[in-house]
Design a protein around this ligand. Structure first.
Ligand SMILES: [Zn+2]
Length: 406
C-alpha cells in the first residue's frame, strides 16, 4: 500500500504468488472451435458467382488482368457492437455497513471538489485463494483495523476490490459521493493526493503475481464508473508509486496500468475493440512464393495474396497488438472462387497456443467468415497465418483478417 502501511502486511509471506497466473492460464483455453484440424464450412448463402470464361478452366487468381475487376472498395469496418452514448456499467459496491465496518474513530474530512485522478494500490497482503465475498469482506475489516493501528480515523482508501472481484466502499462516505458524482472524502492512501485522487486498494500482492481475472475485470468496470461519474479521463489512472516512493502496486500490476487505461477508455466509449489487418497492411508478411491478384471483386481492399499448395513452412502472417487478455472473435475475408482451395489451413495464435482451422475458399467469399472465438493474451505478435501446407493444386488465399474483443 504505502508509507504508512501496516508492517505485518508489508512482510506477509506470499506462498500463493503463482496462483494468479495459474488462474489466468486456466482461463486461456480456446472457447470456440479450437481443436486442431477442426473443419468449418463456409456459409452457402453468401456466394455470388464469380466465374471464369464459360467452358474454360476454373478461374485462377492472377490469370486475369486487374482491369477485369471493378474499382476496389473496401468493406466498411465499423466495429460491431459500437453504440454511441452507452452508459458504463454501474458496479455493485458493498457499503461499509454491508461488509461490517466499524464506525470511524474521528472526523472524516470532505472536499466539495471532484477528484482528478485514480491511484491504484495493492494491499500487500496474502494472495488468498478463497475468492468468496465473505473472504473479501473479512480482509476489508482487517484492513480497517490495520489502518486504525496507524492512528487513522478510518480505512485509508476510498474503494477496495477483492481477489474474487467484489467491490467495497473503503472510507465511510466514499460511496455516496461517488454515486452523486460530486465531492469526495479525504482519504489516507497517498500523501499529497488524498484530497484529489480516488484510492483503490486491490487485495493481494502483485509484485510477481498477476491479478486474478475476476479482480481485473471488476477493476476495469469500477475505474470506468469512477471516470464517468467524476468526469476523469482514463489517462488519469496512475499507480501509487507514481506519486510516492513505494513498490505499490507491485511491478506486475503497475506494468498493467497502460492496459487498464486502454480497457477503461474502451468501456467509456461503449465500443468493443476491433482491428482489421489486410494483406496490404504493415502487419502482413509473406514470402516470395506468395503473389498478389486483384482478380476477384470479392477481395478486401486493393488485392489479395495467393500461393500454390506445398508441403513447406511458408506462411502468410498477420501481426496485431492484442490490447488485453480476453475473448476475441477471429474472422477472415477472402474471395471465394470455384478453383480456390477447399481446405486452406488458417492458424490462430492465442499467445499460449495455436489452433488450425480448415477453410473452404471455393465459396462463401466476400464476407467476414468466423474462424471461432478464442481466449487470447495481450501483446504484439502474429495472430493469424495462412499455410500452404494442404492438398491439391488449387490456390490458397490470404486477404484480410479481423479480430474483435467480445
Ligand atoms: Zn499504495
Amino acid at each position: 500500500m504505502h508509507d504508512h502501511d501496516h508492517s505485518s502486511a508489508d512482510h506477509s509471506p506470499d506462498s500463493h504468488s503463482s496462483l494468479g497466473r495459474r488462474d489466468l492460464l486456466r482461463s486461456a483455453v480456446v472457447l470456440g472451435i479450437g481443436a486442431a484440424g477442426a473443419t468449418i464450412a463456409a456459409p452457402a448463402v453468401a456466394a455470388p458467382a464469380v466465374t471464369g470464361p464459360v467452358g474454360a478452366a476454373p478461374a485462377r487468381a492472377g490469370d486475369a488482368p486487374p482491369s477485369l475487376a471493378p474499382d476496389p472498395e473496401a468493406p466498411a469496418d465499423a466495429p460491431p457492437g459500437a453504440l454511441a452514448g452507452v452508459d458504463v456499467v454501474t458496479p455493485t459496491i458493498a457499503s461499509c455497513n454491508t461488509w461490517g465496518a466499524e464506525a470511524a474513530r474521528g472526523t472524516i474530512d470532505t472536499v466539495s471538489t471532484n477528484p482528478n485522478k485514480i491511484l491504484i494500490h495493492h494491499t500487500a497482503s496474502a494472495n488468498v485463494t478463497d475468492y468468496s465475498q465473505a473472504a473479501g469482506y473479512q480482509i476489508a475489516r482487517d484492513i480497517q483495523q490495520w489502518h486504525f493501528a496507524n492512528g487513522w480515523v478510518d480505512t485509508g482508501q476510498h474503494l477496495t476490490v477483492s481477489r474474487g472481484g467484489y467491490v467495497m466502499e473503503g472510507r465511510h462516505g466514499s460511496l455516496s459521493r461517488l454515486q452523486n458524482g460530486s465531492g469526495m472524502v479525504v482519504g489516507a492512501h497517498a500523501p499529497g493526493q488524498n484530497s484529489q485522487a480516488i484510492g483503490i486498494e486491490n487485495q493481494g500482492t502483485y509484485t510477481s503475481a498477476t491479478p486474478p481475472a475476476q479482480l481485473w475485470s471488476r477493476l476495469v468496470e469500477l475505474c470506468a464508473y469512477i471516470c464517468d461519474q467524476y468526469g476523469i479521463a482514463p489517462t488519469q489512472i496512475y499507480g501509487h508509486r507514481d506519486y510516492t516512493a513505494t513498490a505499490c502496486p507491485g511491478d506486475v500490476l503497475y506494468s498493467m496500468l497502460p492496459q487498464l487505461r486502454s480497457e477503461v477508455a474502451a468501456a467509456l466509449a461503449g465500443t468493443s475493440w476491433s482491428v482489421i489487418v489486410d494483406n496490404t497492411s504493415a502487419g502482413f508478411s509473406a514470402g516470395g512464393s506468395w503473389l498478389t491478384s486483384s482478380f476477384s471483386a470479392e477481395r478486401y481492399g486493393a488485392n489479395y495474396h495467393y500461393a500454390t499448395p506445398a508441403e513447406v513452412s511458408d506462411l502468410a502472417t498477420y501481426s496485431a497488438t492484442i490490447p488485453s487478455n480476453g475473448s476475441y472473435r477471429v474472422e477472415a475475408w477472402f474471395p471465394g472462387i470455384a478453383g480456390y482451395n477447399t481446405s486452406t489451413p488458417f492458424i490462430v495464435y492465442t499467445g499460449t497456443g495455436s489452433s488450425t482451422i480448415r477453410v473452404d475458399q471455393s465459396t462463401g467469399g466476400g464476407a467476414w467468415l468466423s474462424l471461432g472465438t478464442y481466449a487470447m493474451t495481450a501483446g504484439t505478435r502474429n495472430v493469424v497465418a495462412v499455410s500452404r501446407w494442404t492438398t491439391g493444386t488449387a490456390y490458397v488465399v490470404a486477404d484480410a483478417i479481423r479480430l474483435t474483443r467480445l
